[in-house]
Write a protein that binds this ligand. Structure first.
Ligand SMILES: [Zn+2]
Length: 205
């Protein structure tokens, strides 16, 4: 399957399973020196391969549909993660709720409840809040992404990178589910201990 078709298939899958809604979120894949990205005001549910916008890795829009106004932080994530081939940005409910918590550890936003979350991420940093499209968001994302393949945007949502679209999507889903556990458990949760987390990261990274 071509990258365009793969991107659309992953976007549809996220939409039908409720990870995104309306025109929230955007998704991109790297192809050589450019990225293909969902266009401005598009829905993951009705995206078509021919709809995708193209932007050079240095940020110049290429001929075709206009890119999402959040394309600049996708580019920042690719700059920070040379191994990344895809970026998924969601406003999924529980991850976004975590990003809005009054008392949030900006270096690592969630406790680790289950092993796979620890195995996939060294930490879940949070990029400072800026309005959508604000140029200051990109350096904030780049700094956070340098520490982890995924991050939260303060009062906004999540960003997950991966070598492939499937990997980035799976990581975005993992963050949403870990955030859901966090709220389900409330004060009753028992997180893995720092020693248990360190042991997982030693064994599986
Ligand atoms: Zn957004």
């Amino acid at each position: 399957m071509r990258l365009r078709e793969q991107l659309v298939a992953v976007a549809h899958s996220l939409y039908v399973r409720g990870y995104t809604f309306g025109t929230a979120g955007n998704i991109s894949v790297r192809e050589g020196e450019r990225i293909l990205i969902s266009p401005t005001n598009s829905s993951f549910g009705s995206l078509k391969p021919g709809d995708l916008a193209e932007v050079s890795l240095t940020g110049e829009p290429l001929p075709g549909p206009s890119p999402s106004k959040e394309a600049h932080f996708h580019l920042a994530a690719y700059r920070a993660r040379p191994e990344a081939g895809a970026v998924v940005h969601l406003h999924s409910c529980h991850a976004t709720a975590v990003s809005c918590l009054a008392d949030l550890d900006m270096d690592d936003a969630l406790p680790v409840y289950t092993p796979y979350f620890a195995m996939r991420l060294p930490c879940l940093p949070v990029a400072e809040y800026y309005p959508p499209g604000d140029p200051a968001l990109a350096p904030s994302v780049e700094a956070a992404a340098a520490n982890s393949p995924a991050l939260l945007l303060r009062n906004h949502g999540s960003i997950a990178t991966g070598r492939t679209l499937q990997e980035a999507s799976a990581l975005a889903e993992e963050i949403e589910e870990q955030a859901r556990l966090y709220f389900l458990l409330g004060a009753r949760g028992r997180a893995l201990t720092p020693e248990q987390v360190a042991e997982l990261r030693r064994r599986f990274r």
